[in-house]
Design a protein around this ligand. Structure first.
Ligand code: ZN
Length: 447
């Protein structure tokens, strides 16, 4: 069966939105690593050439700890982003599958929040899980920073020369981090979609490779474009083995589900109302990003300006920048914006079940174990104080200037308001969720 227009168009749109959310996460992590660079340079600039051997050893081991701390933060942001991306991908894919069959076939229940949280952490990204990659990048930076300082000292360089070495190390570290975030986000999004495909083999017969968003000169992906595989990944009329996208670092390819025929689905098209039939029969023959954008613009004239930024969309229409330049510079989308867009109708049904996750040994399991043994009164007291903390932090976000008593840059302020405090609030809310879950369970058992 030719590709359903609904499925093609919604897949590309989701993919683009996830790309934009990835860009937002990358920007945040880059900002973080720039702060790390500042700290490291401040260390070195403080008279490194006059240091004694003992002082050097001490400073380097301190630097090591600082690097690990920053990378832990970066890994946390990436983990939060990919978990949300998994939820949105699951919800959006189920919604579009259901739309493609005009609601005539039930789409299987989407995976639970617990499952998706684990999936985000366990997805293999170019050979390793994301936590291992972050560990490795932290180790790399620590090693290269040490080498830069030691090499500079051995060569009797001046402080500015050593500072330059450190800057080079950090430039590379940011590029590596960017590639990791980009590829993690796409790997998790695709792994989630594959799971949905596997769970809905009664509706779809396979998947088709799409390089619509990745038309840079990549020979492997170019050859895969338009190829199909059955849901069990057996090739259809060709011999290229299936490997889930992304195929390489920074790859933007994805797979579009291929619907079963109406007969296979047990749907008699003639019996359906005209409107439903028309949208279900809609097939796509123009499968490039340009075609998609043109279709999208017909129904939503300002879409490109909103999603990609006005200036860039204009340059693209005039043929002055490539698609890759346009997409990479597209307007970043925050996690909240992404969720709000795809919230209806399924995502809102998905409970953000921190309790279930912690109980099954996932995130916050330590917290769960510690509180599971506590007395009811103590737990209730803790819920109260956590709720107060949530209020305090919401106040901070509303009136940040009232809570900061030293001059900080706009970037730092932005980090506090958009990343750090919201993260604190999320943590408090998760803990409340867990504590309430513990109390709820006890109540249940007594009955
Ligand atoms: Zn690719």
């Amino acid at each position: 069966m030719p590709l359903s227009k609904v499925l093609f168009d919604s897949t590309i749109e989701l993919h683009l939105d996830i790309e934009r959310t990835g860009a937002e996460a990358r920007a945040t992590i880059i900002e973080l690593l720039k702060n790390l660079e500042k700290e490291l340079i401040a260390k070195v600039a403080d008279g490194v050439t006059d240091w004694s051997k003992a002082r050097i050893a001490k400073q380097l081991s301190e630097a090591d700890a600082v690097i690990r701390q920053y990378y832990d933060d970066a890994a946390g942001i990436a983990r939060d982003t990919t978990t949300s991306v998994a939820q949105v991908s699951a919800s959006a894919t189920a919604t579009s599958l259901s739309a493609a069959v005009g609601g005539q076939v039930a789409i299987s229940v989407i995976p639970t929040a617990t499952y998706l949280e684990t999936l985000a952490g366990n997805t293999i990204i170019q050979g390793a899980v994301q936590a291992d990659w972050w560990d490795r990048q932290a180790g790399d930076v620590a090693f290269k920073f040490q080498s830069a300082v030691r090499q500079g000292l051995v060569a009797a360089e001046t402080t500015p020369q050593i500072v330059k070495r450190v800057r080079d190390v950090m430039d590379l570290s940011r590029r590596n981090a960017e590639a990791l975030v980009h590829t993690s986000v796409q790997s998790v999004a695709n792994a989630t979609r594959e799971k949905l495909f596997e769970d809905n083999t009664d509706v779809i017969s396979g998947k088709e490779w799409s390089s619509a968003l990745d038309r840079r000169t990549c020979p492997t992906c170019g050859a895969l474009d338009g190829k199909r595989w059955a849901t069990d990944s057996k090739p259809t009329n060709h011999s290229m083995a299936y490997r889930a996208p992304p195929n390489h670092w920074r790859c933007r390819c994805s797979c579009i589900p291929v619907l079963r025929t109406w007969a296979e689905l047990g749907i008699n098209m003639d019996e359906l109302p005209d409107g439903t039939r028309a949208s279900m029969e809609g097939q796509v023959t123009d499968k490039t990003f340009e075609d998609w954008l043109k279709r999208k613009t017909e129904t939503d004239p300002t879409f490109a300006d909103r999603a990609l930024g006005k200036g860039r969309a204009e340059l693209f229409r005039d043929g002055k920048i490539t698609m890759d330049q346009m997409i990479s510079g597209g307007k970043p989308l925050t996690l909240n914006e992404l969720k709000a867009k795809y919230e209806k109708p399924i995502l809102s049904q998905m409970k953000n079940d921190a309790y279930e996750i912690a109980k099954s040994g996932g995130r916050n399991k330590g917290f769960f174990n510690q509180w599971d043994k506590q007395k009811k009164g103590k737990i209730e007291k803790s819920i109260k104080s956590l709720s107060t903390q949530v209020d305090i932090h919401n106040e901070k976000i509303d009136n940040p200037k009232n809570h900061i008593n030293k001059p900080i840059s706009d970037h730092e302020l932005n980090y506090l308001v958009t990343i750090y405090w919201p993260k604190e609030i999320r943590n408090f809310k998760q803990q409340i969720d867990i504590l309430e879950g513990i109390l709820g369970e006890r109540h249940h058992v007594k009955k």
